[in-house]
Design a protein around this ligand. Structure first.
Ligand SMILES: *Cc1c(COP(=O)(O)O)cnc(C)c1O
Length: 426
């Protein structure tokens, strides 16, 4: 399978090329030349394992560039934790994506990407340097995925003072081939630095840069799996609506891929925090990236969502058609707290601030005949302060985090300045 640039259909790369380049040279994003139809196995999903389903999907996208037995084991390691669908009430269920090693859905994409890169890298001579910007969860997942992988060095850029304590510890307590840089700026600044690094000829002449952000196609592909895993656990496949807490729009793009692959999803809700660039676009037809503002759902504090061009690509930039399939929604910080409290009190379910937005979107927008699934994108343990504030009581996750918090941490602080970053990388 080839991947073309969203800026130019003639600019193509193989799967391996797209994985290592991350971005096409013309600054578009890679997109698969065709989206495989996988309807043939939907009827038998109940008797398949997660590994079988993931492999059936991945093999079309990887297309023999990785031998099938190896790809199968990569997929098996990618999904070797629970991904359960948990009913909140008769209408609404949570798809819990947080049972991986760093307690957010990012583990799925990061594990697949790191293992694909590790495989390709065995036959390459030069060390690969993976550069990744994080709003909190990506960095930890990528660090966990690449820790100890031969021939790969990882540098994580995280925004100073804008990640939770647990997240920071997951970013900074690795050592070995993983280094963390605290950037005095926002996540958008971190993302901009990474993009600038990719386009800097001098730097790229000296080191072999790659990215692990959700612009990388190898993160997107496995993220489509869990839409299938959801249907696998559903008895009734009618009128299924997915509410996706969104920041960089990787998950939602992956959901649209799953729909294009033949999964009978009725529609999506793009659930956002105060950074509501995409809901605004859906409402007005005007796309206006902005500086991000800080919210309790920090992993979604994105003012210029990088995967939005993939969403546009799927709809061939047809705003009307996009609106038929995706509805926008946004929630303020105060409403996030109120939702977390209400769900805890009435449904006895502790939401994290991101999942809370997905849940509340369904409460407000679900139609009588529909059933709603929201992604619970992170475990509440990653946002204890917000959880305690919302519930008005202390919560005790000591058992879960003890080991993590005892690890020693190390990071370097930098201003949001490309020349300084370049100095550190070279
Ligand atoms: C990354 C993240 C999101 C946003 O996902 P996108 O694919 O970037 O839209 C939402 N919630 C949590 C907890 C995350 O870590």
């Amino acid at each position: 399978m080839n991947y073309y640039s969203t800026n130019n259909r003639e600019q193509i790369a193989s799967f391996e090329g797209a994985v290592f380049n991350s971005l096409p040279p013309d600054n578009g994003l890679y997109f698969p030349e065709h989206i495989p139809k996988v309807s043939y196995f939907l009827g038998s999903m109940a008797s398949l394992t997660k590994e079988d389903i993931g492999f059936e999907i991945a093999r079309h996208f990887v297309d023999h560039e990785i031998p099938e037995n190896i790809l199968r084991s990569i997929v098996a390691e990618t999904v070797n934790f629970d991904l359960p669908l948990v009913a909140i009430d008769e209408k609404i269920s949570a798809m819990e994506l947080f049972h991986g090693p760093t307690w957010a859905f990012k583990d799925v994409g990061a594990r697949f990407l790191s293992r694909c890169m590790g495989y390709f890298n065995e036959s390459r001579e030069k060390e690969v340097h993976v550069l990744v910007a994080t709003s909190g969860d990506t960095g930890g997942a990528v660090a966990a995925g690449f820790y100890g992988v031969e021939g790969v060095k990882v540098t994580i850029l995280f925004p100073k003072g804008k990640v939770s304590d647990v997240q920071q510890q997951q970013l900074t307590s690795w050592g070995d081939n993983i280094q963390a840089l605290e950037i005095d700026g926002s996540f958008d600044d971190c993302q901009k630095l990474v993009k600038t690094a990719f386009l800097d000829k001098d730097l790229n002449g000296k080191i072999n840069l790659s990215s692990a952000n959700s612009i990388n196609i190898a993160r997107l592909i496995p993220q489509s799996f869990y839409y299938f895993f959801t249907f696998q656990q559903l008895e009734n496949w009618e009128n299924v609506v997915f509410s996706i807490p969104s920041g960089n729009y990787g998950n939602l793009s992956a959901g649209l891929l799953a729909w294009k692959m033949g999964l009978p999803i009725k529609r999506f809700i793009a659930a956002s925090n105060a950074n509501k660039i995409v809901p605004d676009y859906l409402n007005t037809g005007e796309y206006k990236p902005k500086e991000s503002v800080q919210t309790y759902a920090n992993a979604m504090d994105v003012g210029a969502p990088s995967n939005f061009v993939r969403v546009l690509e799927i709809f061939r930039s047809d705003h009307g058609r996009m609106c038929e399939m995706i509805e926008g929604f946004s929630l303020s910080d105060e409403e996030i707290l109120a939702t977390m409290r209400q769900c805890n009190d009435d449904k006895n379910y502790v939401l994290d601030p991101h999942g809370a937005i997905g849940y509340e979107a369904l409460r407000q927008l679900l139609k009588p005949e529909e059933q709603g699934i929201f992604f619970e994108t992170a475990h509440p343990v990653k946002f204890v302060d917000v959880v305690e504030k919302a519930l008005g009581r202390s919560v005790d996750y000591t058992d879960k985090i003890e080991g993590l918090m005892q690890r020693s941490a190390e990071f370097t602080s930098l201003p949001a300045n490309f020349e300084e970053l370049k100095g550190v990388l070279m």
